[in-house]
Design a protein around this ligand. Sequence first.
Ligand code: SF4
Length: 186
Amino acid sequence: MSPGIPRKITLATTSLAGCFGCHMSLLDIDLVLLDLVDHVEILRSPLTDIKTFNRQVDVGLIEGGVCNDENLHVLREFRKNCNILVSVGECAIMGGLPALRNDVPLQECLSEAYLNGPTVSNPQHVIPHDPHLPKILDRIYPCHELVKVDVFLPGCPPPAKAFFELIASVLEGKNFQLSRAATRFD
Ligand code: SF4
């Protein structure tokens, strides 16, 4: 990032069906974070514990795919409130590990988890159905199947360099293109 950039951008982040590893990678920018503090304001995010949007945000980072109706609500909220929506990591882009259940009917998954699994102890033989619980969808959906996604950051997780390049390109008003170094995982 060029020194002396006057602009400040706003950022929002969330984790849907993710493991927070992508958020950890974002924080792994290390000392560059100190440079970014002057240029980036993080609003709605688990990093700030701000849970609502109170204004339009420049960049929304989505970790994780969509596994329940609450995830879907949050994803739509991010799409509506973020100028640039970013699918971060393989779970958001392809469903990731949770998508292993996509070949198994939902009822079968629930029965295995709550009734028939080898470690299950459920004397009442009830699958949780409290109306306050998010409703599980028939399968895991990658984010771009449900809303328009503007940028994809591949990796599990994407390297810290990828986040930095994205933020720097938005600050500098350039079209974003990941460098080769940020898409190598060896
Ligand atoms: S892409 Fe990898 S690090 Fe990111 S949420 Fe999924 S499993 Fe975790």
